[in-house]
Design a protein around this ligand. Sequence first.
Ligand code: ADP
Ligand code: GLC
Length: 475
Amino acid sequence: MRVLFVASECDPWVKTGGLGDVVAALPAALARAGVEVRVCLPFYRSVRRQVDAARSCATVLGTVIREARLPSGVPVYAVDAPWLFDRDGGPYQDRSGQDWADNGARFGLFGRVSAILASAESPLTWRPDIWHGHDWQAGLGPLWLKNGLARPAASLMTIHNLAFQGLFPPNLVATLGLPPATYAVEGAEFYGQLSFLKAGLHYACALTTVSPRYACEIQEETHGCGLQGLLRRRAGDLTGIVNGIDEQVWDPARDPLIEARYDARDCAGKRLNKESLQRRFGLSIDPARPLLVTVSRLTWQKGIDIAVGVADAWVEAGGQWIVLGSGEPDLEATVRALADRHPQAIAAHIGFDETLAHRLEAGADLFLMPSRFEPCGLNQMYSQRYGTLPVARATGGLADTIEDVDGDGATGTGFLFDEASPAGLWGALARALSVYRDPPRFAALRARAMSRHFSWEQSAARYADIYERLSRAPC
Ligand code: ADP
Ligand code: GLC
């Protein structure tokens, strides 16, 4: 079975969120399960800088296809189009946080090239059975596979976040040379705009998303982002497969990025990690104070404003909070102002810092994720591995991967709440606080969380089943 993985991020070369982690880890897990996977990525400047040798092996539509290898050994086809991808800044935005004005052209060409590589028109000898694309940036791939390419691979589209749709003005249809008939309600048109994501969801042979609960939620208006009708119609082709985590990278017993390593049997290192965080951030150095952390994009999705709404009460109750993240300027400013107001209890690090993310997981007592919606979420799984109990909203993958602690703490691995409001969140924090104040109970809960496994193997097997099914009966 040969699979071409088509995505806009892949850790460690380019990552803005969980998509980068998944595109790094899942192909490696699939390869262990016997699937032959290659990853197709844009050849961004950041990739060019990190890849030693990227031999050119073909040209497609004026782009150069370069071969490289991920640290895991998985082969990569990087689409080199310097006028689109060789620039400073992020994969989607410039340094000031503005979307690149030519994102439609950038990912339009990327999707089309990926589709050609999965058809008889590919100049490569390696030909996939399955084209597997991720999120809107890959969305035009299935459209091209279904419209004129010879002997196309079967296609699978994975939704990591339905809220990002890749919407562009209709004149892009002509600019990209899309067959005019594809710009239709039964196609890539979405309320007068060209939707890359809708194209993917309409034309792909099968669909997945990153948790079973989110697979249900996106068929309803609240989380369907206007695509609930299409998704309901395609419910029979839609599967929710929960993400795993890379248990090599996220393992407190072996993590080279943290100061003191520890495991479920001996958590002494965790105390040292906590003290060092309190010192580094100028918080009062006190092992008894519950330390809550957040590592997140600072956006509406993540419910940061909900967390801000309980911050004063949390400090009042003796708690501390460290936030690592970046995103919407007003949320960054709000979090900074809170830290200024409570210098010994709240700290903010605005930016993206992988090492610090590991240290926060290792040193904290509790991890906060008050997301309004969360297709899967990875940090709640990292947190359980690190004995940092998640406090999270019962939505999407958070509800699927955290077992809520019952009244007396005899079962469960975290604290879930339903209502997306400060009052809702406070209910969960108050429960966490009461268990925290009973150290033997808290230690037992922590040990239970640390014993859970979230490896990729099971999920990879489920993707492999879908590939098998599609290769027998493509659409
Ligand atoms: P999303 O993809 O919606 O942002 P996930 O929970 O799936 O959410 O994944 C987020 C990933 O990005 C995690 O690996 C998390 O540790 C990482 N991350 C997010 N913000 C930061 C940051 N400011 N610094 C370091 N890592 C971050
Ligand atoms: C998206 C989602 C997140 C998910 C990640 C990886 O960015 O917001 O919940 O974990 O993709 O699938």
